[in-house]
Design a protein around this ligand. Sequence first.
Ligand code: ADP
Ligand code: MG
Length: 355
Amino acid sequence: MSKPIRILSDHLVNQIAAGEVVERPASVVKELIENSLDAGCTRLEIDVEQGGSKRLRVRDDGRGIPPDQLALALARHATSKLAELADLEAVGTLGFRGEALPSIASVSRLTLTSRVRPDPDDALSDRAGDSAWEVAVALDGRLDGPRPAAHPPGTSVEVRDLFFNTPARRKFLRTEKTEFDHVEQVVRRLALARPEVALELRHNGRVVHQLPAADGRPEAVQARLDLLLGAGFSEQSLDIDVSAVDLRLSGWVRRPAFSRSQPDQQFFYVNGRLIRDRLVSHAIRQAFSDFLHQARHPAYVLFLELPPRLVDVNVHPAKHEVRFRESRQVHDFIQRALQRRLSQGSLGAVDTADV
Ligand code: ADP
Ligand code: MG
């Protein structure tokens, strides 16, 4: 006997979607930091307990959420970043699917606290800017609040007991150390891309990273690179900044002599978003092939910028993948730009002065 067709409850739909977006504490941290960056924050505090599975909190000083929109922020397919299909062709924000908060909330105990940042140019923004409000998600998925809370301008999201209601997923969590290593890696990736945002990461009360905001000076950015990738990174690297018609590649590559035995320092961003892409990896490997021993791995922090219409980021919910419209052109541009810089760099090494 067949069962009747039914429409799934929102709560269940969110839990199913959470399977795609929320794999472990680190994926929660990624989504929350991306929201903070999209909110234009200048500082971020990330507080993690027991690898993040017990409790994690991301606090920012971004523009905040008005109290009448707190519930909406937790609703499925609710976003302030996209209004029509045409916007998808030119997404400038890290998020746009309106899935992260409801998904996370469906598999944890989540509290969202926010206070609107007063904006002198916007008369509407201070309608609630002098107080903070909070909503919590109750066990059955219903919302508690909004109720008044204490919070400086900006937003905090606290996530406790991740996967408490989905034991099968909870079982896949690894040791506290492994989970925290993943969190740290996520923080590192975002911190490399956004040096102008001050950041503090704490684990079990201990400060793991404390990164001041880098002003425009190259030394300030280099200091951040060294804090995140080990002292000496910037000194051992060649900087690169090459533009072609629609494409710009900038960042740093470690000189081949300082390549790695592991592929553990490979950070490639497309319009500010860290991605993994076979085509890009291939172009980089090709560029290094004349300079590097087979068993060694190049190390780099590279940023590719191109008009949003030339790249599709809506390939997977976690947005690690992209599709380039002109993939051949992108491949060859990256390969040539790096090859040229590496051959200049090896001359420079003899001369010690790199220009
Ligand atoms: P998305 O980021 O795809 O829009 P989310 O579920 O991550 O979806 O967030 C939903 C909405 O909640 C966002 O569009 C934004 O308006 C608001 N929001 C979430 N986090 C923050 C934050 N830290 N500061 C300000 N607004 C936020
Ligand atoms: Mg988001």
